[in-house]
Design a binder for this molecule. Structure first.
Ligand SMILES: C[S@@+](CC[C@H](N)C(=O)[O-])C[C@H]1O[C@@H](n2cnc3c(N)ncnc32)[C@H](O)[C@@H]1O
Length: 341
């Protein structure tokens, strides 16, 4: 059995892990890792000139990033990235950026949950936008976390997009974030068209820019609006919602009648959600623990995570039949629903 001393040591190590990610976040949010990679071995003055950041803050950040082994000192006062520092560059293959952003976002959500618990207040989605250094990273964090799973495992199982591509059909992404999902589809399927909707202007701006940069400005369009009932011009071949249905679950009647009203005859709805387990004991699984924290953080936002069965039942109520696909050790579920039994 673990002694009190061993337990204390273990918790202090966990606290160091949090500090390491905090220091990494400061670097990610201000482009320091990428700038250091380009400049190779700058001192604080050169890094300040290259990034526009305050020189005295950079001196302190470099000390801390050295201590946590993101930087090596190449000569007195000059630093270069270690492999861990390279991995914090947001465009590095398999980047660690989302781990650092997620850690600081979680600290923010924990602080909000601690305060809101005293009154029962649930401020809603606005809490995600309260920290101006975190908000711009929210979309990229989700993209880096989930795009490899989508391209590698989920997309090969979704034949519906090939069908849509054949008829140059329309996919509408509700709660599209930074637009990565539609951009991935447009890269794979040359005729498919897409519309993405999101409530955060920053997400819509990033999504439009990403589509333009990739040359998909003509096929993909992004708009700011409420996904519960956005006026759509054409019938939709596929509605997709990734980690967005639980945001509007309390108003699901409106959302599901919106599907029915706008979906074409051979259309489908593809919902991707974290799978809240039916058994509480499953939350102890280290792979699922972050979801237990997310459950609290979603509560602050006015949301609740869903089990796949709840989603299937809701589709059944509007006369749609569903297939559930599971990924990532049953942590992630994709529900494909079509009109008819
Ligand atoms: C967890 S994020 C997922 C983003 C994106 N689907 C992805 O996979 O990267 C949920 C998104 O839903 C959007 N959202 C939630 N409720 C909304 C509403 N009522 N109207 C518009 N957007 C909404 C949020 O702004 C946020 O971008």
């Amino acid at each position: 059995m673990e002694t009190a001393e061993e337990r204390k040591k273990r918790f202090r190590q966990m606290a160091q892990g949090a500090l390491s990610l905090d220091i990494a976040f400061v670097g990610v949010a201000n482009g320091l890792f990428s700038a250091m990679r380009e400049m190779e071995s700058p001192n604080a003055e050169e890094l300040s000139a290259g990034t526009g950041m305050d020189r005295d803050y950079l001196v302190r950040w470099m000390d801390a990033a050295f201590a946590f082994e993101y930087l090596e000192e190449s000569s007195p006062g000059r630093f270069r990235l270690t492999p861990a520092g390279e991995a914090m560059c947001p465009d590095a293959p398999d980047t660690l950026m989302p781990v650092a952003v997620g850690a600081v976002l979680s600290a923010h959500m924990a602080e909000r949950a601690a305060g809101c618990m005293q009154t029962g207040e649930r401020p809603g989605e606005v809490v995600l936008g309260e920290r101006k250094t975190i908000l711009p990273w929210f979309g990229s964090m989700i993209e880096a976390n989930f795009s490899p799973l989508f391209s590698g495992q989920i997309l090969p199982k979704l034949s519906i997009f090939e069908e849509v591509d054949e008829r140059a059909g329309l996919v509408v992404d509700l709660g599209c974030g930074n637009g990565w999902y539609l951009v991935t589809l447009a890269e794979r399927f040359p005729r498919l068209k897409g519309v993405g909707l999101d409530g955060f202007g920053e997400n819509v701006r990033q999504a439009s820019e990403k589509a333009k940069q990739k040359g998909f400005g003509g096929r993909l369009r992004f708009f700011q609006g409420d996904i519960r009932n956005y006026p759509l011009e054409d019938p939709v071949d596929v509605f997709v919602m990734n980690r967005a249905l639980h945001h509007v679950w309390s108003d699901r009647e409106t959302v599901f009648s919106f599907f029915r009203k706008n979906l074409s005859k051979q259309g489908a709805v593809v919902i991707w959600e974290p799978s809240w387990p039916e058994r509480r004991a499953d939350l102890r699984d280290p792979v699922r623990r972050p979801m237990a924290f997310q459950g609290l953080s979603e509560h602050v936002q006015g949301n609740r995570l869903l089990s796949p069965r709840e989603i299937v039942d809701a589709f059944s109520e509007i006369g749609f039949s569903s297939t559930v696909l599971s990924f990532a050790g049953e942590n992630e579920s994709v529900v494909v629903a079509r009109p008819g039994r």
